[in-house]
Ligand binder design. Structure first.
Ligand code: SF4
Length: 383
């Protein structure tokens, strides 16, 4: 019996924000590339592919939990306790990890699954298809199965195979394009050039899989900020992904990019530079119907969010609003957003919230001379 051979349920360290309600199913561990200079997620960790038997055993454990939760529903308290004890003994050692993950997923409605870690697309297609088919057979109600994938890997998967993976149930892929500029992609050691990103993105869409592309404003520093906006917009215009997700650059102290910064190779943008870059980027998005999402705390202006082309002007207006602010108001808005006091432009017009930010700046002596270092420290809290 599969459960009796179960060696331990695993989850990896991250998921996209949009996957907060998903079951996290670890198919691989860590990142097979692991060289991007801005990324510290898996540094020092070795990549490995979990056996399909282990992944299926994870699914069996979740299925056992879900079936038990359904059996418990409406039962008296004592019976629920008995069923819970039975479940934990069936799950065996470390069963609490499967139990907690399954419980969160059950409560969230069991509609989506996220395959971890950094690049599930590197798994042998036949194995990935077997895992997907097994997942779909156990949980036919699941509407979305998502994975991260590297462009370099996806560009090498034959179209028919990608089609079969889609038919087996993978229906959304997140790709970290980060930038469409070959100069920047080389500088940060992304391991994929602009053309590879375009090829991979188009292949995903042609297979009928929903595509999310990530863009990192600020990744080119001050020197390549304009190029980052122009080249990334150009690449995305050639792909027309379903989603463009904005993830403003932060530079963790332990990242290779921070070393480049210390060595003077990389010049950091501040919030206002990034807003200017984003303005140019959004202006240049053309002929596509993507949804732009600012679904990350690192982004200064959450209103850069909407569907193209109809919401383009609204997004540009939000960016221009910030650029037109007097310098002191820019400072207050930055502090308000980075401390979580302000959630939106609208909050900035709330007198009480604004006064809270003013008081915070006064108490902590935040001013034009130290705002950049304060913001950097605050942003590093979120990574
Ligand atoms: S491919 Fe993704 S996870 Fe891997 S190093 Fe680059 S950014 Fe990090």
């Amino acid at each position: 019996m599969r459960i009796s051979e179960y060696k331990g349920f695993e989850t990896g360290p991250i998921r996209p924000p949009s996957e907060h309600a998903s079951l996290l199913l670890r198919v691989t561990r860590n990142c097979p590339w692991n060289r991007c200079k801005f990324c510290t997620l898996y540094k020092g960790e070795t990549f490995s592919v979990r056996s399909k038997e282990d992944v299926k055993a994870d699914l069996d454990a979740v299925k056992l939990c879900v079936d038990t939760f359904e059996e418990m529903a409406g039962q008296p308290h004592e019976e629920q306790e008995r069923l819970h004890r039975r479940l934990m003994s069936q799950l065996g050692e470390n069963g609490q990890f499967a139990y907690l993950e399954a419980l969160d997923w059950y409560r969230a409605g069991m509609e989506s699954v996220f395959l971890q870690d950094a690049n599930t697309m590197v798994v042998k297609p036949a194995d990935l298809i077997e895992i997907l088919e097994y997942l779909r057979s156990l949980f036919p109600q699941v509407r979305r199965v998502t994975s991260y994938g590297r462009s370099h890997t996806i560009a090498r998967i034959p179209d028919e195979m990608l089609q079969r993976i889609a038919e087996a149930g993978l229906n959304r892929i997140h790709i970290g394009m980060e930038s469409g500029s070959d100069t920047i992609l080389t500088l940060v050691d992304k391991g994929a050039d602009k053309q590879t990103h375009i090829t991979a993105g188009r292949k995903v869409k042609a297979a009928g899989i929903e595509l999310s592309e990530y863009y990192i404003p600020g990744l080119g520093g001050r020197e390549y900020s304009r190029e980052n906006a122009l080249e990334t917009a150009d690449a995305l215009n050639q792909i027309n992904p379903d989603f463009i997700r904005i993830r403003t650059l932060s530079v963790p102290l332990r990242s290779l990019l921070y070393k480049d910064y210390q060595d003077g190779v990389f010049t950091r943008t501040d919030d206002t530079d990034v807003v200017r870059e984003l303005l140019l980027f959004i202006e240049k998005l053309d002929g596509i119907t993507s949804v732009v999402k600012s679904d990350h705390i690192l982004n200064l202006i959450p209103e850069v969010d909407g569907r193209l082309p109809e919401d383009k002007e609204k997004m540009l207006a939000a960016l221009r609003w910030y650029l037109d602010l007097p310098e002191q108001d820019k400072l207050l808005f930055r502090v308000g957003r980075r401390t979580g006091i302000l959630h939106s432009i609208r909050d900035f017009n709330d007198d009480d919230l604004r006064e809270t930010v003013v008081r915070l700046c006064r108490q902590n002596d935040i001013h034009a001379g130290n705002i950049d270092s304060v913001v950097t420290k605050l942003m590093n809290r979120f990574i």
